[in-house]
Write a protein that binds this ligand. Structure first.
Ligand SMILES: Cc1cc2nc3c(=O)[nH]c(=O)nc-3n(C[C@H](O)[C@H](O)[C@H](O)COP(=O)(O)O)c2cc1C
Length: 177
């Protein structure tokens, strides 16, 4: 499948089959994260694979949005490792972690798995529950697995702004925004 078709056909799945993910497929998804670009190639991502019964039930106390997935990838970054822009000290960690998450999400779709990117979790609770080191900042939870048989895309999936609402050329002064 070409990339734009994959990007169009991928959608957030919020009802999973209990079928577990084959180790080889999980490894491919994690590989896609490893291959992601990061600022200055510092690779500050730290990914916790949550797939044991015990860990999944602990996760359920941090978010109601697991949707029955048999696994979740908690994507964090190490704030002592990520790059900082010298002009304003902006840190790259959230961006790096988001690119890693996106690549894993797309590879999952590429190999027939489904996901939802979940931001709706209590970061303090998740840090405490999973014993994150103080310098690890959780950014994204990618719930992952096989879709339940009766899943259809949410209506939001079809709703993308017209491209000229989001893309501009050369100078914003040329537009009335
Ligand atoms: C940064 C981010 C945070 C999100 N957080 C949640 C979430 O907490 N719960 C949820 O159900 N979906 C969440 N989503 C999924 C979006 O709602 C979904 O991607 C969007 O509505 C477009 O639908 P589609 O993914 O089916 O194309 C999140 C997506 C992103 C990129």
């Amino acid at each position: 499948m070409d990339f734009l078709t994959l990007a169009k056909e991928r959608y957030s799945v919020r009802k999973f089959s209990p079928k577990s993910i084959e180790k080889a497929k999980l490894d491919l998804v994690l590989k896609a994260g490893q291959l992601a670009p990061t600022a200055c190639n510092l690779q500050p991502q730290r990914i916790l694979v949550i797939n044991s019964e015990t860990a999944l039930s602990k996760l359920d106390q941090c978010t109601p949005w697991r949707f029955g997935a048999p696994a979740a990838l908690l994507v964090c970054y190490d704030k002592t490792v990520c790059w900082h822009r010298r002009f304003d000290d902006k840190a790259s960690g959230e961006i790096d972690a988001s690119i890693v998450t996106t690549q894993m999400m797309m590879e999952a779709a590429n190999i027939g798995l489904t996901t939802t990117w979940v931001m709706m979790f209590d970061p303090e609770k998740i840090a405490k529950t999973f014993n994150l080191p103080d310098n690890f900042i959780p950014v994204a939870l990618l719930v992952i697995g096989y879709a339940a048989d009766d899943v259809v895309p949410n209506q939001l999936h079809e709703q993308r702004l017209a491209i000229d609402n989001t893309v501009f050329y050369n100078d914003f002064a040329d537009y009335s925004l």
